[in-house]
Design a protein around this ligand. Structure first.
Ligand code: FAD
Length: 390
């Protein structure tokens, strides 16, 4: 690992060492010298952490390093649900988490959503409070019955937070096929435009004098106590602190408790007279769809093949895509012609707990990772908590 020496003019000769990067005196001086905070990852968490650091330390040099051309893990790939958990998902979480833990998580997601809206403004993220719905397939009778039975209890534990019932039974009216009679409606759920949200965050970061470099992969780091040596391949520089916001990629450099989880998505071409509006969940959050204008975005199916989807590689598989197409044709749009316009995938970070990890790893190294499937909601808060660790 090469080391950048001081940048005083007398050290000019050191630059010869870095010819492979071909960095100029100016580039080294302005981007890589006297760096106070390096943030790895320019997703929702990384950018919120950077903005929070700027609030706390107005004069500091903050450098965000992102390995993708775009912030491309999950933050620009997601479905844009502004949600905090469907009824069946919350009930499922109660099998492995205490009631207080689940309520606390919902609270954090809700607070995170308010922070996101306050920071960026509803117009800029195209916030649409259409509400969210959960539907249950005909052959999912036992989960349906279980959810309807536990609905009053879940409302009760969430009432202190929302001061109202969160979930209500509602007769289906969207023309879905092969589902149980009632949907479960959540008036507090909304949808956003993910692309607009990420662009607004990036714009705000640039306006706050936060330096962002794309296509830079942090390959290793060395904590020296009061500073960290950060390596980008065989080039390195010194930063006072480093904050990892690498989510699904966290176990590559920092946190073995995070497993990558790929999520596959498709979107249709515009559909004539589409009468579906809102965000929709199925099967404990394993499937989700929404309208985007007059298109349908549908994602999920990771549970069909957990092992293959436990990967940091982007891509699609036949088993998942077939299931998504089947759901579209048979359940969501049974009486409509549609064409699939596009498919993609993103990488989430999950683990054996739904709680994100926000921690100090050593003297000058911190991480905010394992966002799970609701990082749009909780990401802003985790970014803030990460920055507040420093
Ligand atoms: C298909 C899909 C749909 C989803 N839908 C929703 C939804 O509707 N609502 C919701 O709330 N959540 C949703 N999520 C989850 C949500 O998108 C994530 O929880 C959230 O984006 C996580 O943000 P993050 O900043 O922690 O991680 P990321 O956005 O993954 O950012 C981490 C960044 O770190 C970069 N990176 C990693 N390693 C390095 C390195 N060594 N050097 C430099 N850079 C590095 C990556 O390139 C990446 O850009 C969805 C996720 C996916 C994949």
């Amino acid at each position: 690992m090469k080391r950048i020496a001081g940048l005083a003019p007398k050290n000019y000769y050191f630059y010869e060492k870095y010819l492979n990067m071909d960095l100029s005196y100016w580039e080294l001086k302005n981007w890589f010298t006297d760096v106070d905070y390096t943030i790895v990852g320019s997703g929702i968490v990384g950018l919120h952490a950077a903005l929070r650091l700027r609030e706390r330390f107005p004069q500091s040099k903050i450098l965000v390093l992102e390995k993708g051309m775009l912030p491309q893990g999950a933050s620009t790939k997601n479905a844009g649900f502004a949600c905090f958990g469907s009824l069946s998902e919350i009930i499922d979480d109660l099998k492995s988490h205490a009631v207080e833990e689940v309520v606390n998580l919902v609270h954090k997601r809700w607070k995170g959503l308010q922070l996101l809206r306050n920071r960026l403004g509803d117009d800029s993220i195209d916030f649409k409070p259409y509400g969210g719905y959960e539907l249950f397939l005909k052959d999912d009778e036992s989960s349906y019955e279980d959810c309807l039975r536990k609905l009053p209890f879940i409302n009760e534990i969430l009432r202190p937070l929302f001061k109202a019932d969160v979930f209500a039974k509602e007769v289906g009216r969207f023309g879905f096929n092969g589902i149980q009679e009632y949907l479960v409606f959540n008036p507090f759920e909304a949808q956003i435009d993910t692309g607009n949200m990420m662009q607004a965050l990036l714009k705000q970061a640039v306006a706050e004098n936060i330096l962002i470099l794309n296509q830079q992969t942090v390959t290793s780091y060395l904590d020296k106590g009061n500073s960290v040596e950060v390596a980008l391949g065989d080039f390195s520089y010194t930063s006072k602190k480093i904050l990892f916001a690498t989510n699904g990629f966290a176990n590559e450099l920092t946190n073995g408790a995070v497993k990558p989880a790929r999520a596959q998505v498709l979107i249709t071409e515009p559909i004539k007279n589409l009468d579906i509006r809102g965000t929709f969940h199925l099967d404990r959050g394993y499937y989700y769809f929404r309208n985007i204008g007059d298109r349908i975005l549908l994602g999920g199916g990771r549970n069909l093949d957990f092992e293959t989807e436990n990967t940091t590689a982007f891509g699609q598989t036949e088993i998942v895509q077939k299931k998504l197409e089947e759901l579209l044709k048979e359940v969501i749009l049974p009486n409509q012609d549609f064409q699939i316009a596009h498919r993609w995938s993103g990488i989430m970070g999950i683990g054996n707990s739904k709680n994100p990890i926000v921690s100090q790893l050593s003297d000058s190294v911190y991480c905010g990772v394992r966002l799970g499937g609701m990082g749009v909601a909780i990401g802003s808060l985790i970014g803030t908590e990460l920055a507040d660790l420093v």
